[in-house]
Design a protein around this ligand. Sequence first.
Ligand SMILES: [Zn+2]
Ligand SMILES: [Zn+2]
Length: 232
Amino acid sequence: MVPKNFKPLNLSCRQVCVCIKDYNLEQKVNALNQLGTTLDVETKISVRDLSDLSLCKYIEFPERKCSDRDCNNCGIYSVVNWYEPLITKSSTTCNQIVKYHQWETTSEQYEDRKGIKKRTNRLIQVQKKQPVSDVVKEVSKSMEQFSSHSFRSNFQQRVQSNIINELPMDHCLVVMDFSENLSLQPQDEIESAHWNIKQVTIHSIYIVRHALESTIQKPVFNNALTNRMNIW
Ligand SMILES: [Zn+2]
Ligand SMILES: [Zn+2]
């Protein structure tokens, strides 16, 4: 029986974000956006626009010196300036506390079976409660690195899609990556096996290649379901 106050995980609403930097910054900005709505201050902004505020105007990609924070005409001070009205309003309405979640690495200590103390690092999601000015400080601190981080990921993506579009015949693009610590859950499980989950590393690869008869209007897809995936 499922208890009344128990909310099952809704897999259709589950968000999987690849990168801790994006997730943590987005959580802080979302929390500030929410507070802005509550206090009726117009500081609602997306992470991308906030990053653009801290850079000189650009057409395709920002200049290197701007994202490296070596430019005299732009910088993370614009982030603090943007939130100034929110900080002022919140200090007049008894210093609002902002709540948000962050993924953090914590160091934990445990004793193994032989009684030897060991240290391990674990990623956990923690709830933060901070005054607005502290959250703004953290957002601007994260923005210091974030603009160049987002430049790199956008640039890589652009390069990859350009290569795919321009790929000559008889050439292929191969993208390979390791995913580690993937948990295997048995279809039929006995109760006592519940805590004894096997973990595997998978090496996923995708290959892009244009077929001779393929055109943009009429693409040809290879139904390569016969390829076996190996797990080791
Ligand atoms: Zn990222
Ligand atoms: Zn600049």
